[in-house]
Each structure stands twice: as structure tokens, then as C-alpha cells.
Design a protein around this ligand. Sequence first.
Ligand code: 26Q
Length: 803
Amino acid sequence: MTLTTNIFKKEFKKVFESQHASNIKDSSSEQQYAALANFIKFYSSDNWKQTNQLYIDEQVKQVYYFSMEFLPGRMLKSNLLNLGILDTVRDGITEMGLDFDAIVQSEVDPALGNGGLGRLASCFMDSIASLAIPGNGNGIRYRYGLFQQRFVDGYQVELPDNWLRNGNIWEVRKENKAVMIRFGGEVYLKEDGENKLRPIYSNTQNILAVPYDTGMIGYENDVVNNLRLWSAEIPPEEEINFKTSAERVLVNQITEVLYPDDSNYEGQLLRLRQEYFFTSAGIQSIIRFFKKQQLPWSEFPNKIAIHVNDTHPALCIPELMRILLDEEGLSWEKAWDITKKSISYTNHTIMQEAMEKWPVHMVQELIPRIYQIIEAINQRHIDKKIPLYGEELTYRTTIISDGNIKMANLAIIGSHSVNGVAQLHTDILKEEILHDFYEMYPSKFNNKTNGITQRRWLHLANEKLTQLIDTKIGKEWKTSPAELRQFKAYSKDEETLNLLSDIKLENKKRFAAYAKEKYAIELDPTALFDVQIKRLHAYKRQLLNALHILDRYLKIKDDPKIELQPRVFIFGAKAAPSYIYAKQIIKFINALAELVNNDPDVGNKIKIVFVENYGVSLAELIIPAADISEQISLAGKEASGTSNMKLMLNGALTMATLDGANIEIKDLVGEDNIFLFGMTNDEVNRMNREGHYSSKTVLKNNPRLNRILECLINGTIPDIEVEGRVIYDSLVQYNDEYYVLQDFESFVAAQERADILYQDKPLWNQKALINIASSGPFSADFTIMRYAEEIWNVKERPTKDKV
Ligand code: 26Q
């Protein structure tokens, strides 16, 4: 049935009235949202069922993407887009006298992830479905998502994110698919009469894992894949064994809240529980599904690919081994062969402090059988590799050392593929961080540069730009993103460039309206909008950005008549609650904003907006309004970055160090269409090696920079006595770990080049257009095609239409 506006109106009214027994006109936009989401869920349910059935009938190979985090963003509009009924429904809603945008905005944005890694998982789910690849997500249904951020006197304050308060319409609870997870107790191995050792458990705590499924709708292809998130519950039949309230609390805790750290690992027992909980649940449900097909176990790797998103789900490896050995009775050799062939691993970080390791005693106590298996994997690794590589190299690659289990080592040894997320990142893994493993397994290592879905990040977030591109080059780019390059043909077309700049202005006005309403800040939409949106971390160097603003402020104070390109500096960043230094930087930037925004000498030359509670929905508002994209991490530290890709796709010019995917952006747009500054990775390495860096010497030779830093401690910026001193000391006394001062001059020079270019509007617009037209290669569709071909060995299935 094709949905017409009239049919929609009739059906939607019916759904609404059956639910509310009242007139739709008298309802709130939340109620209208609920009714519309229910309508869409119903509308797509046949395809959901049929997709699933087709995978069963055709026994196709399926991929399971295991991730501790998913950040899907609001789903109503993207589901409408992918179902091909966005315009129909929007027209219908409008004709009914309702406010479509208000309905869309009243959906909660599920924050079941921290940042890049979680959003990548959701972009991948969109591309997997849109490419008609049989794929599933596997994760945790946290009762509370990432904390909501508020600023109180410029300080970050965290509030719980009760995202399920009004229910979640997209999910379906599947009680019949629940599985049991075993924790704790004792285990020993006993002969079973057939000469096989079987584990005998006692005193275990059994917890029920209940799945909640959400449809992942492909773009106009009738595919609906599945995202399965697990929730922990007390098994009804064991109610009696959970006697104390403390025991009950423990169960509910498992899936209660997302850990808010994204770059600093802390060995907390609850985190380990979460990791085993969702990997065990996911692996058990895969095994169940596989067994229904009654194929020999040797077929398992031909039917199932399991991907682990960072090491967080690396317990997939011993868990799959456990089931194959203990429950299915396979030999170690067979089980190990199947496990390695099925599992693949993505590394997302080279920051040592983010590498997961778990104390042996913790793993032993929490999951004793899993510990035995990890120990055996480790021992076999040692026995096998010493004759080949000698003791020294081998002992540097063991899974267990110094009383800890190193999760990356487990993930590498137990998988057939290890990938980095940008070319530089993969090179660093191969040559530095994981070099020993690269010597052992050179063919396991490969690069898969990250990507983003153009459907959410261009079509939905920037509908005006979409219209312009559609009229110039057609709509094919939504499924064939390489087509975006056709837009380059318009890079000298005055009319197109003017339209492009009109659209940017309109998007900036939209953001300005938000800033006005929310923060009572008046922004000049013709100013240059300079955007840095990402988690707050020292290596990402929000501080460098802030010092540049301070430099401009001092220039204005010295000469209030100075002509400066007006700029609006936009920040969006959450700091991990335990990351004190990051929170101090937030306070510093907020204090600077307070000073600068209210200084009459400054006027419109500088405005600073630090948005509260940055997340997917705010990204959709900010990114289309950006002129400059700040990608200024210390070279070698940012694995890839993905906001760099989203901003480029929306016509921002990148201010970049040669780090992560910035290098690939530079290669695509050319050096004339990006602002480069700062040390390269090689230069950073040399500096580190030689150990000559002295931030004090940099300061001595740069009185201007010295004066800027003095402002941190001399009262120029009110109310940062503590923070100013800490930040000052980190740069001066503690020798500036991330080379902020070293890169400062070249950063300021690059910003001056940006100012000059911005004066030449036609040229700026041309470069913006070239950025948009060059961003096709960063579509997650391409990234996923490479995963599918080179790692998972899964095929796109012909869709109904194509058959
Ligand atoms: C680990 C142990 C205990 C608690 C938390 C964690 C944890 C949680 C989240 C560790 C790391 C993360 C998230 C990392 C992340 O988002 N990394 C980013 O991944 C992006 C996608 O590949 C890259 O683009 C970014 O460069 C990278 O920083």
C-alpha cells in the first residue's frame, strides 16, 4: 500500500483516538509524538517480520555488532525518511493543523553512549540496514543514559538521564528470548563418562537477561534489521533465592546506568559485570539461533560474524569458547578455530590510560569458568609462540601479566581481524602500540576509516542544503554517496554559491534563535561561526581554542577600535564526572564567556556559547550552522574523529592538525581547502623521544603568550582562582603534556588566514562547496561495504524491489 496524505490522516486519527479517546487537537505534542511513533512502528512491522523471516529461510550469513554503547539520536524523523514517507506524513500532520517540528522535538534522544564510539555504532546500524546487509546490534538497555549536563555558576553539574520516564515506543520486549547469565560461585571440572571434562557449578547467582528489540530501518529498501538491548532482571523462578534487598539491588544495578568515562578506564566490578552480562546474553542468543538451523558446527563461521566494538565486549571470545566446549562438547581445537574465524575487533584508542585491563582476582571471582578459559588461551598462546618468536616477544604479548588481564591482547589473539579507525591510527597501531602483535600476525591488521551516515547528517539535519544538492545533481547521493562529487561542477557557479551561503545564513539564524531563547545571548548570524563539539579531554585541546579566544580578547582590550572578523565560538562538550581537570577547563571557558560576552568593548567581535548537554540532537542543530570545524587534537592522539566528517559534509572548513581522519580530509579537499597547523605525528614523536620540550622556554620567547597565560592567574578572568591556577600549572610547571603552547603560534596564524579568507565571501563559499562535494568517501556506507567485504564476508541481500 502506498501511503497518501489522505490515507495517512485518516489512519493516524484512528490510532490517536483509539489510544486517547479524545480529540487530537486538544492533545500535547508528546501525545501526538506517541501516536505517530506507534503508527510508524505498526507501519514498518511487516517489513521487520519479513526481513527476519528471509534471513531464516535463506540461511544467510549475519553479522552481530557488539557494542557497549549506541547513540541512535531521535528516531521518528529518520524512520520516516528511511520508510520514504517523510513528506507525506509531514504534509498530513500540517494539514491537520499540528506542528510537525514540535512533535519531532518531543521525542527523547536516547543517550546510551558517551561519544564517538557509540555514535559510530548507530551510523553503522543505519548503513548496514540501508545496504540490505543482514546485521544485528547487540548492547545494553541502560535504565539511565549518559548524565544530563547543566552549568551552575559555570561548573558542570550532572543530573540523571531518566530517558525511559515516558516509555520507549520503538522497543519491543521479547520475554520469550530471555537467557540466563551465571555469575560468581565455584566451578570445577569433572569427567562426564565420555572422557570429557564438564564444569560443575555451585553457589552461582543466576540473572535473567531480557532483550528489548528495536527495528533498524533501511533507506527505502524494505529492510528492517534488529538492535537488541539487554536488561537485567531477577529470574521469576529464583525470586526465592534473592532474599536480601542487597542482592536484589545488585541485579538491578547491572543495567542501571552507562559509565560516563570515555577515555579513562577504571577497573570497577560493576563495569565488568555489565561487560559479561551483555556479551554472554548476545552469544547465547546467537548460539540458540544457529542451532535451530541444524548445521554442523564447522558452518558457524560461515553463518555468523561477531564484531567487537573496542575491547568492551571482548569477553565474547572466552564466552563463545565456553559454550562450544562445555555445553556443546567440542574439542578445544575445533572451538578455538570457530571462535577465531567468527570474531573481529576494532581498536578506537591509543591512549594508554583507556586500555582495559582487569585484575585476575576480580575475573576469577565474578566469572570463574571464563577465567579458566582465558588462562588456557593464554597458556596455549605462550606454548605456541615461544618456539616461533622467542620468549621476549612472546611474553610481551601475553593476555595475563602483572596480575591483570589485558583485554586488547585477548581481543587480538582471539580474533581474525584487528582494525584501526583511520589510516594514521592503524599505522600507529602497527608500528608502535601493537607492534609486537603486528610482527606475529601481520595479516590480521587492517584499516577501516570511520564514516557517518549522510542520511541523518545531511538529509535530515540540513534539509535546505539537501534541496539545493538534489536540484543540482539529483538524489542518488542518498544511496550512492560518491555522487556528491558531481556537486564540484558548481564550485564556480555564482548562483549556486549564493544559494549555499543563504542556506548557511539561515542555519546560523536557527542556531542564533536557540541561543537567544536558551541563554539570552544575542548572536550576529553574519559573524563567522567557529565550532568545537566533542567530549572534553586534554588531548582534544579545547584549551588551545580558549587561549586563542583570550588572545583576541586582549587585542580588543588593547585597542577597542581594532577591526577584527566577528566570530561566534561555539563549544559543546561533556566532561567525565571524575575527570577534574576537564571540568576545570569547562569552568574556565564558561568564565571567559561570561567576561567576553558582557564586555561592551567587545560587542559582536567575540561571542562565546558553551551549549549545555551537548548530544546528537544538539549536533543536528549546530553542525549545519558551522563555518569552521575545530579539529585540533595533538597529532597522534585522536584515533579518527567523526564530527570532522559531519561538519565537512555541511560545508564547514576544517581547522586541523594532521591527526586521525583529518589527514584523509586534507587528501580529499587539497591543502587549499583546509587550514592546517601544528606539529605532525613524527614531530611529536621526535620531541617526546628527545625530551627537550620546555613549555617555559616557549613562554620566555613569546611575551604575548606569556601575557595570555598570566590572565589565568591575575584576576583578569573573574572567579577562576582555583581553576586558573591548575590550568596555568599544567601548562607551565608540568610542562604542557599535550603541547598546547608549542602549537599555539601556528594555530593563531591559521586562524588569521581563516579571517582573511572569510572576507572573500565567494572564495569562502567555493571552498565550502568543495568540502561538501569531497565528503562522499566518508559515508558510513563505504566503511560498512569494506567491513562486509574484507572482514565479515557478508553480502548485501537483494531487496524485494531488486529481486
Ligand atoms: C572503558 C572502560 C571502563 C569504562 C569506560 C570505558 C570506555 C568507554 C567509552 C572507553 C572508551 C570509550 C569511548 C571511546 C571513544 O568514543 N573513542 C572514539 O571513537 C571514535 C570512533 O572510532 C573515534 O572517532 C575517536 O577518535 C575516538 O576517540
